[in-house]
Design a protein around this ligand. Structure first.
Ligand SMILES: O=C(O)CCC(=O)C(=O)O
Length: 279
């Protein structure tokens, strides 16, 4: 099954109405919260349009002279990635520690608006409880170069993270348009709530595409089409993947991860290596 739709693909009963659009200081509707709980993700169209120019200019400034800490395509080594000592071997995949390298990114990721979106999702629909940003995962400018990029297989982000509970939510801001063609995300709705066995994943914890049992899940995949300024919220257990960038432009996204009051990183693990930020 291919998913090269030119419009956002959503479950049949889902209609984007004006009431579902969040812009500046607004809270999620119960329809949006229910959608997230059922499918494991939620798109907020145009939610960051007011801040887009500043956030994007900062991304371009940082990428023009990339500084450590960063991750290269060659280091990730996914299919399509250049070798370290070959042409394109210095292509940036992620500028890490986004909240430390940029005040404007930190302010956006910890804003009252971010808290308002995330609180009901990370706290079982009780928005009065607190939200924490974990700076040890994602917390990056995610880039995808048109010349040297790679394919990320189906995976759950929680696979290498260590928390008391697996419930975390990532906030993904599209700084430009994102389509399957330029490496935009594809997700499997509802997979965040599934119970999978370890043999459904390979040795690197990618969801196996050669395993018959997995096919019924893979057939449900949808392409997430984001326009610049759209925000995608998704559960850390949601199966997702993305291809390399087949367009002419570098794709840029900011990604941060959060959890609620009843969750915390396990001491002594990478998930607890840097102190969390309370929103
Ligand atoms: O942009 C991509 O290739 C996928 C990124 C992703 O899924 C991740 O970093 O967890």
């Amino acid at each position: 099954m291919t998913h090269l739709a030119t419009t956002r693909v959503l479950p049949e009963n889902w209609v984007i109405s004006p009431a579902s659009i969040v812009s500046g200081g607004e809270v999620l509707t119960s329809i949006q919260i229910n959608f997230f709980q059922q499918y494991g993700y939620l798109v907020l169209p145009g939610a960051a349009l007011n801040d887009l120019a500043v956030l994007r200019a900062e991304a371009q400034r940082q990428l023009a002279h990339p500084e450590q800490p960063m991750e290269l395509e060659a280091t990730v080594g996914y299919p399509g990635a250049p070798l370290a000592n070959a042409e394109g071997g210095d292509t940036v995949r992620r500028l890490l520690k986004a909240t430390e390298r940029s005040k404007v990114w930190l302010d956006w990721a910890t804003s009252a608006q971010a808290k308002a979106w995330l609180a009901p999702l990370v706290n079982d629909a009780d928005p009065a409880k607190k939200v924490w940003l974990n700076p040890n995962h994602h917390n990056c400018l995610m880039t995808k170069s048109p010349r040297y990029s790679s394919d990320t297989g189906w995976h759950q982000d929680i696979r290498y993270w260590q928390f008391k509970q697996p419930q975390l939510v990532s906030m993904w801001l599209a700084l430009g348009d994102e389509r399957t063609e330029n490496g935009g995300l594809q997700v499997i709705p509802g997979s965040h709530a599934a119970v999978f066995s370890s043999n459904q994943f390979d040795e690197k914890k990618f969801f196996r595409t050669d395993f018959t049992t997995n096919l019924t899940w893979l057939e449900k995949s949808v392409s997430i089409e984001l326009n610049a300024g759209d925000v995608l919220l998704f559960d850390s257990r949601l199966l997702h993947k993305a291809s390399r960038n087949h367009s002419e432009l570098t794709k840029l996204s900011l990604v941060f991860t959060y959890h609620g009051e009843s969750n915390y990183p396990i001491a002594g693990t990478r998930s607890a290596s840097q102190p969390e930020i309370k929103l």
